[in-house]
Design a protein around this ligand. Sequence first.
Ligand SMILES: C[S@@+](CC[C@H](N)C(=O)[O-])C[C@H]1O[C@@H](n2cnc3c(N)ncnc32)[C@H](O)[C@@H]1O
Length: 292
Amino acid sequence: MLAYRHAFHAGNPADVLKHVVLLRALRLLVAKPKPLSYVDTHAGAGRYALAERMSQRLTEYLDGVGRLWQRDDVRFALQQQPGAALPDAVLDYLRVVLDFNPDGVLRVAPGSPALAAQALRADDPMRLFELHPADWRALKAGFAQRRHTTVQQTDGFAALKSVLPPPSRRALVLIDPSYELDADYAQLVGVLRESLQRFATGVYLVWYPLLQSLQSQGLSRRLRALAPGAWMDVQLFSAPARADGFGLMGSGMFVLHPPFGLLQAMRDCGPWLAQALGREGAGRFLVDAHMP
Ligand SMILES: C[S@@+](CC[C@H](N)C(=O)[O-])C[C@H]1O[C@@H](n2cnc3c(N)ncnc32)[C@H](O)[C@@H]1O
């Protein structure tokens, strides 16, 4: 149990998609003055030093944020050179990554709580859950100075209901499990169903892997069936299917109650991400939505 460490994967193409969607959703939500709670059920360590052993073992970030970082159009856009253009949501994400790497050398990949903290206002509460003892310690240390923030070493699936609904009745909930166990898929669907009963109007973001397994392929369908209201579902394929049936082909983000503007932002940047991150002709971006 708990063999998964996100440091092996931080900054990979799946993280890029997740973090671009997360950041844009938060930007849109904080445009309204009412307080917003941020809940991260599987928060990870908060930030990842890319030179460390785990990141260097698989160097997945080189196919993700590292690949973007190498591009001339990214460098020019970050240097604000005239004529340099990137899709807004991608540029915003990369600017936040630059905040963590101010000399321009990519050494740190911010995780979801670190990105969220950049977008939230100082008084917006954060509720972070992480089970792994080492990652929890790192997360707790990283957020020790932030007010209105709790960092708990507990099962985020089980704890979610304890923080819903939030006092402000406005929240973005990121559910980003490691899918180490087949049971995670069913548990996720059950937790989301229960969360909707407690807090029907929340904005829920669910990351999921695109694998060749049946569980993975059925998850998006199950999430759509659960959603009573508006939803959007984006999928970024970045690697070809392997003959042995293993490996990640890409990932998806399912968003329940997407803030207005998120769908368009992803339509604007998805094809660019697929072109930039797709390997061996596998780059593909799909978007589907239901906006009643
Ligand atoms: C995909 S990673 C999270 C990455 C992070 N959200 C980000 O984007 O930077 C999943 C994390 O969930 C943790 N984890 C696994 N099962 C958990 C559970 N039931 N409750 C809370 N955390 C869990 C793992 O230790 C791992 O750090």
